[in-house]
Design a protein around this ligand. Structure first.
Ligand SMILES: C[S@@+](CC[C@H](N)C(=O)[O-])C[C@H]1O[C@@H](n2cnc3c(N)ncnc32)[C@H](O)[C@@H]1O
Length: 336
């Protein structure tokens, strides 16, 4: 193997390695409590989840009756061992099917869980995983961060309802942003910090890392959110605006016909033109209150953004006093 290919493979391995972030049960419970009405009589599919240790499997199997689920299907990736985290050492994987408590002890016992062998490694893109996906009504998981775009594209292609964990940065990628702009997907309740268990082979870090008294390694990320297309009360709640617009605090960009707003809380209550707001706005977005037009990004060549550009040579982020501001979402208040 030449040096270039070797580097490429090492990079790939590193990216793969960084996919093993295991979600805590409390984080799942805190989010899922807002979605209970959606699950009645539904088939839930967790397609990136190691059997038994996945807290998504745990949550849905233990709450199966309470949610009134029809069936729970869970596939693991490259693993056959019911009780271990993925070690990515097996080419074959298994999937579990659970149809509820049979012996009335309110516990998903091992003999009540159907264990089936997959032909392949359980990749969510494989034909057999797609067959399981087709059976599902709602997909809920924390998918591999490195494959997020492909993952969400597949859910859209198969027209599935979903609730998944992702990085907030993914919201501004071309594909995901278009889905948000078209109100096909939105952000769930929790956005911000989340701590995950990581495998023992993950290296220690100076920040956002700890090892607990049992030796378990933990890493946290500050920009995590949930993406969903299940309706939630939050997206119908108006963001309370209280600041009046003035020319001094809300400068116009030099390259967009829009004003700059540095904090979501500072969005003026009485400005009916286009505003560039921080990306964190997306977690407060109510489509009845605001319209999303695009982003201050050279990759956004939508007609809405092109029509706001005032300098064809400066298609990048918004400029004020000769300096580029952070990436902004271009929005308009629909209530004015
Ligand atoms: C961020 S972790 C989350 C694990 C689990 N869903 C949870 O929340 O605890 C993503 C998982 O996806 C698995 N994975 C990586 N590539 C995959 C693929 N192509 N198909 C299915 N799963 C994959 C990883 O092994 C990893 O366990």
């Amino acid at each position: 193997m030449n040096k270039k290919d070797l580097n490429k493979n090492l990079h790939k391995a590193k990216v793969n390695k960084e996919d093993e972030f295991y979600t805590q049960l409390t984080d799942i419970e805190k989010e899922l409590k807002y979605y209970k009405k959606h699950f009645k009589n539904k088939v839930v599919y967790c397609n990136c989840d190691d059997p038994r240790v996945s807290n998504f499997f745990h949550y849905f199997s233990y709450n199966f009756e309470k949610l009134g689920l029809k069936k729970l299907i869970t596939t693991c990736y490259q693993n056959q061992d019911m009780d271990l985290f993925t070690k990515s050492d097996s080419k074959q994987a298994i999937y579990l099917e659970y149809s509820g408590d049979k012996n009335n002890n309110s516990i998903p016992d091992i003999q009540e869980i159907g264990v089936n062998y997959l032909k392949g490694d359980g990749d969510f893109r494989s034909e057999e995983s797609i067959e399981l996906l087709k059976q599902a009504d709602i997909v809920v998981t924390n998918p591999p961060f490195s494959l997020f775009r492909e993952y969400i594209a597949q859910l859209i292609e198969y027209d599935k309802k979903f609730l998944i964990i992702g990085n907030q940065n993914a919201a501004t990628t071309k594909e995901t942003f278009s889905l948000i702009k078209e109100n096909k997907i939105w952000l769930g309740y929790k956005s911000g910090d989340m701590e995950f268990k990581v495998p023992s082979h993950y290296e220690a870090r100076k920040t956002r890392y700890r090892q607990d008294e049992t030796g378990q390694k933990w890493r946290s990320l500050g920009n995590i959110c949930w993406y969903t297309n299940l309706d939630i009360a939050k997206r119908h709640e108006d963001l309370i605006l209280y600041k009046p617009y003035n020319k001094k605090d809300y400068a116009n960009y030099e390259n967009y016909s829009a004003i700059n707003v540095d904090k979501v809380a500072d969005i003026p209550m009485d400005y009916d033109g286009v505003m560039g707001v921080p990306v964190t706005f997306l977690s407060k977005y109510n489509p009845n209150q605001f319209e999303i037009l695009g982003q201050t990004h050279s990759g956004d060549i939508s007609k809405e953004v092109e029509s706001l550009r005032t300098d064809v040579k400066k298609k990048h982020r918004g400029i004020i006093d000769g300096k580029q501001k952070y990436a902004r979402i271009l929005v308009r208040n629909k209530r004015l």
